[in-house]
Design a protein around this ligand. Structure first.
Ligand code: TA6
Length: 299
């Protein structure tokens, strides 16, 4: 069965073996297992903390959390009553359709409308449609945002908070050279970090890293000795690279030393807000690909 729903979790199976698991809670991808062209053996490509809640009690610590309508602590007047990273990752989505294409790629569609608790903290009308597509070596996630108001614009951030399974002491993310970034690990009196220009082609996360790159080219390689994957983003002009390292001890649902086993590479639109006119439709997406496994650890 290409798609099965069991206790609020969808399992997508590709005919060549790849698997992905998605919770209706938060539309959270919590597992992606894939082989590669050279090695058909399935490997888990994402990190989920063994202390993560996957029962819908709180956002999942790992996988691919969907961030909408605000990234980080709210800064927009429409978002003042929201938690960090918005409500999409802790709302229950509806399964709204399935399709299989001529190459056996399996897609599911999830939707979220302002029902239940959302209107108590957010007054703007919207319709979110999240499409997850599993191919033999790729995982694609697309978020479609519809402004269902007839009168008001809709302003939002959105981001895919990917926890990529990788040895954080050896991983490199790039090419990011010459892009402007903001180092959130720097505490400045204004609470805002100054813009810097990345001098490195490949960025490591050997120390606590929380960097917001803006206006990049949307193509990223995440590589480590013996492994790696590509991320291609569309309509997501920014990217965050995050790993807490030892500060992860302060994160309640972070497993012991979990920070040694992932890097977050998070394509998004978070510097400035998307401004969607009444009735407008906006789409941002990404494709994670493991079609190459062996990579040189140099740029
Ligand atoms: O994307 C990086 C970040 O904004 C970090 O600053 C850190 O807060 C991380 O997200 C995790 O946030 P969370 O709300 O999931 O604990």
């Amino acid at each position: 069965m290409p798609v099965q729903l069991t206790s609020g979790k969808l399992v997508l199976s590709h005919s060549k073996g790849a698997l992905v698991e998605i919770l209706l809670y938060g539309a959270s991808v919590i597992s992606w297992k894939s082989g590669t062209k050279r090695n058909p053996e399935l490997s888990e490509r994402l990190f989920v903390s063994n202390k993560a809640a996957v029962d819908g009690s709180k956002p999942v610590r790992g996988g691919i959390p969907v961030v909408f309508p605000c990234f980080g602590p709210p800064t927009h007047p429409d978002h003042t009553r929201l938690n960090q990273h918005g409500f999409a990752r802790h709302s229950v989505w509806s399964w709204d359709g399935t399709s299989i294409d001529e190459k056996d790629a399996v897609s599911i569609k999830l939707t979220l409308r302002p029902t239940e608790t959302i209107p108590t903290v957010y007054s703007k009308p919207f319709l979110l449609t999240y499409v997850v597509t599993l191919s033999e070596f790729d995982l694609k996630t697309d978020l479609h945002v519809q402004n269902t108001s007839f009168a008001d614009n809709l302003e939002f951030h959105t981001l895919f908070h990917n926890y990529i399974r990788a040895p954080s002491t050896d991983v490199l993310v790039g090419p990011l050279q010459n892009f402007t970034y903001y180092d959130k690990t720097e505490s400045t009196e204004a609470g805002k970090s100054r813009p810097k220009v990345e001098a490195r082609a490949g960025v490591d996360v050997k120390k606590f890293t929380d960097s917001v790159y803006e206006n990049t080219n949307g193509k990223y390689e995440v590589i480590w000795p013996g492994g790696g994957l590509d991320i291609t983003a569309s309509n997501l002009k920014d990217v965050v690279v995050w790993n807490p390292q030892e500060t992860g001890r302060k994160i309640g649902d972070m497993e012991e030393n979990g920070w040694e086993n992932f890097v977050c590479v998070e394509p998004g639109y978070i510097r400035g807000f998307v401004n969607l006119e009444p009735g407008g439709l906006w789409t941002g997406g990404q494709t994670l690909s493991v079609v190459h496994e062996e990579r040189r650890l140099t740029y």
